[in-house]
Design a protein around this ligand. Structure first.
Ligand code: DGJ
Length: 749
């Protein structure tokens, strides 16, 4: 593989300073005379030098305990740290807390040794970024030790050469004689020297996931978290700290992404001296881990990205990194099949004949993959029954999945299937046979959600059972796609197979069980494309993308709401991962009427598909669907993998725009959308990005040509009838609410 850039880790022996550097950023810290790791700098690349000691800022502050009587001015309360310890002289949020047999949580972790090596280690049992070639990144593992406890902590860092990205995780090993309870372990601690940041989170709820929410950092703590057992619709495990002057295309932004799908905590604490401490890790409120003598624990990974060219560059770094070094397997970098999913077309009410009529019509339109959603198994005719019974319902599918898949294949389409392996209805054979597998706390009522309960994925036996069930299913029919759903948050987490001291492990063990099942299934069926889903976007995170390269973005399929959801999601996640389908109108979630054109124009920028019965469309609409599909087939590599630019935000105005540009800059597609129609408004232009200034681009469907620099500096004219410019000759039809246009520009000279 050709590397375009280099990554370095310098170690200066005399000053015990580490400088992690690539062409984009520098991350510098040192071992102090007391063996603690002190952060010195994170930001744009700086030239290496033998000493950065001048950055070790310290001062005598009233009230702060100091290191010793001999060092009256040296206090960790005022130093920036890699791994702040609880209860010593740093009173800010701790990076680690370890409860000991005597009840103390005080540790003293001191530098022992380090190792610098090419490439990157895998994290056993956990999703993480990876290297394919040892020259594409360089890693550092630093060992710290608490002598009293004989506890070792290994801090892992990897710098990627071609990405402005640093991976961090932590491993803990108990070499001592006593049982230790790990009660807090942040995968990231980043102490930044000032507080001039805005914090951006991606938040919402079911049906309105990942909207931009921005807060000004100030003294005290800002945080988001999940205690729901999954990363959640409410808050995504991702945060951005940006300068107040940072925009999409200029200024500094630091992104932190958790490669994890369970409970998380992200905090930014600004202390009295304006230091911003950013932390990311498993949520201590629902996590603890018993470390018996000889045992170890590995934290999930954080991907830290630095951009000095605004939010958009940060997003592009994540898109490239996730597409190339988190997503794995056959579907990495592959244009995604055009899907036809029957959920909104039929819900539970279908039989083979009905499905095949939908498939037939889909085939005529050019769809490539039919996905059979919920309701094909057990007595699953509504929400109350069947989850857990992964056996075809022969009343609906007389020839089973094998027969149906064959018929779908014979009609010329691939066949995909919905499953929800983590869940169980009480009205199911699985529950009747294994009531003990239902996740519950003894003596307490288990709370249902969507009439269903959760299987104890912390129990190996349950995961093995499901592996056998699902692998048999996948072997029984020609299934090339799986939509793995998860439709409720997890409550009353408890594992009867574990001791009282281990109950804090259940949430994490649950997610490890999910990862294990994904790992086993993806290994056994490497051809299958997995799409993750949790009532839409309730588990849209980098952990899932490691196994399932795309995710169902939201159960809200309304095109106008999707603008905000997809725009927000793109801050962190690539378009290849954003499942986006055209559905029927009136829309089933918001009852809105939008044109088929606009529904397509929004869904194009993602993993495209349909969520409706094509038989219910008029001839005219069906012809339009055929055109949409032909368009996606022609441009999907660009739409899913081109460089993506957000141009106008749905969170700020009535006009929304975004674009993708091919790697060679010869093609670009601009999506331009309007929420409400306005009357007698200004002329409109949108300035494009990422083009080649001197190339001439032709606007497809017209004879108009523009240089790249015109399009980027003057802008693309997007004026329409709403500004009194009713110009059918330019393709500007009479304007209505929820209008949209796609502009395709291709290099001609
Ligand atoms: C929630 C998903 O997000 C939907 O797409 C659909 O698969 C339903 N579950 C089925 O129960």
């Amino acid at each position: 593989m050709k590397m375009n850039h280099e990554a370095h880790i310098y170690y200066e022996e005399e000053e015990q300073t580490f400088h992690l550097q690539n062409d984009f950023f520098s991350y510098i810290f040192k071992v102090d005379f007391n063996g603690k790791l002190i952060q010195l700098y994170y930001g744009k690349k700086v030239t290496h030098r033998s000493s950065f000691n001048y950055l070790l800022e310290q001062s005598s502050r009233p009230m702060s305990p100091v290191l010793s009587e001999q060092h009256p001015f040296y206090s960790y309360d005022n130093l920036k740290q890699e791994l702040p310890e609880y209860g010593r002289s740093d009173f800010r949020k701790a990076g680690i807390k370890v409860l000991q047999e005597n009840g103390s949580e005080i540790t003293d972790l001191v530098y022992q040794s380090h190792r610098i090596f090419k490439g990157k280690n895998i994290l056993e049992g956990l999703p993480a970024s990876y290297a394919e070639n040892i020259n594409e990144c360089i890693s550092l593992a630093i060992t710290l030790k608490d002598e009293l406890l004989q506890l070792e902590v290994i801090l892992n860092y990897t710098v990627f050469a071609d990405h402005s990205a640093l991976a961090r995780s932590t491993c803990i090993v108990n070499y001592g004689q006593e049982e230790l309870l790990l009660t807090r372990l942040m995968s990231l601690n980043l102490d930044l020297p000032d507080k001039e940041y805005d914090w951006m989170q991606l938040s919402g709820a079911w049906g309105r996931e990942r909207h931009f929410v921005t807060k000004v950092l100030d003294y005290g703590v800002v945080e988001i978290s999940s205690n729901r057992g999954h990363s959640s619709h409410n808050h995504n495990p991702f945060v951005t700290l940006k300068r107040k002057t940072t925009t999409e295309f200029q200024g500094e932004a630091i992104g932190a992404m958790f490669v994890y799908s369970g409970n998380f905590l992200i905090q930014a604490e600004v202390d009295a001296y304006d230091v911003t401490r950013l932390q990311m890790g498993m949520n201590p409120e629902s996590f603890s881990w018993l470390l018996e003598p000889g045992q170890s624990f590995q934290s999930p990974e954080v991907l830290l990205v630095y951009s000095n060219k605004g939010l958009n560059q940060m997003s592009q770094t994540y898109h490239n990194l996730l597409n190339s070094r988190v997503v794995r397997g056959k579907w990495r970098h592959k244009p995604r099949p055009i899907v036809l999913n029957n959920w909104e077309a039929t819900y539970f009410d279908f039989n083979e004949e009905k499905l095949l009529s939908i498939v037939e019509k889909g085939k005529k339109a050019g769809v490539e993959l039919f996905v059979l959603d919920d309701g094909w198994f057990g007595q699953r005719n509504n929400d109350y029954t069947g989850l857990g019974d992964w056996v075809e319902n022969k009343e609906k599918l007389p020839e089973g999945l094998t027969g149906l898949a064959k018929k779908v294949n014979d009609l010329g389409m691939a066949f995909g299937l919905w499953i929800e392996p983590e869940m169980i209805n009480k009205d199911s054979d699985l529950y009747r046979n294994h009531p003990e597998w239902l996740l519950h706390t003894p003596g307490r009522k288990a709370s249902p959600g969507r009439q269903q309960y959760v299987l104890n994925f912390a129990n190996e036996e349950v995961v093995t059972y499901l592996f056998n069930k699902i692998s048999n299913l996948l072997s029984s029919a020609n299934i090339t796609y799986i939509k793995w759903d998860m439709n409720r948050s997890i409550s009353e987490a408890f594992d009867g197979n574990r001791s009282s001291k281990q109950q804090g492990e259940v949430h994490h063990r649950y997610i490890l069980g999910v990862y294990q099942l994904y790992e086993q299934l993806t290994n056994m069926f490497p051809e299958v494309l997995f799409e993750s889903c949790a009532s839409g976007g309730g588990r849209f995170d980098a952990g899932m993308l490691y196994y399932a390269p795309q995710a169902w973005t939201s159960d809200n399929s309304d095109a106008i709401d999707r603008l905000s959801i997809q725009y927000g999601t793109s801050l962190a996640y690539p378009l290849s991962s954003i499942g986006a389908h055209v559905s029927i109108v009136p829309n089933h979630q918001v009852n809105r009427l939008t044109s088929l054109n606009t529904r397509g124009n929004v869904a194009y920028f993602g993993a495209f598909g349909y969520e409706l019965d094509l038989n219910r469309l008029s001839m005219e609409e069906f012809t339009e669907v055929k055109k949409q599909i032909a368009f996606v087939k022609e441009y999907r590599a660009l739409l899913q993998y081109g460089n993506f630019y957000r141009l106008a935000s749905p969170f700020e105005g009535n006009i929304i725009s975004w674009m993708v540009v091919s790697q060679d800059k010869k093609q670009t597609i601009v999506g331009y959308y309007k929420k409400l129609n306005e009357v007698n408004v200004s002329f409109k232009r949108v300035r494009l990005l990422g083009l080649e200034p001197t190339i001439k681009y032709q606007l497809k469907g017209t004879s108009q040509k523009f240089h790249g620099d015109e399009l980027m500096n003057i802008g693309l004219l997007t004026t329409d009838a709403s500004s009194g410019q009713f110009q059918p000759s330019l393709g500007f039809d009479e304007s209505v609410d929820f209008d949209s246009r796609i502009f395709i520009l291709e290099a001609v000279e």
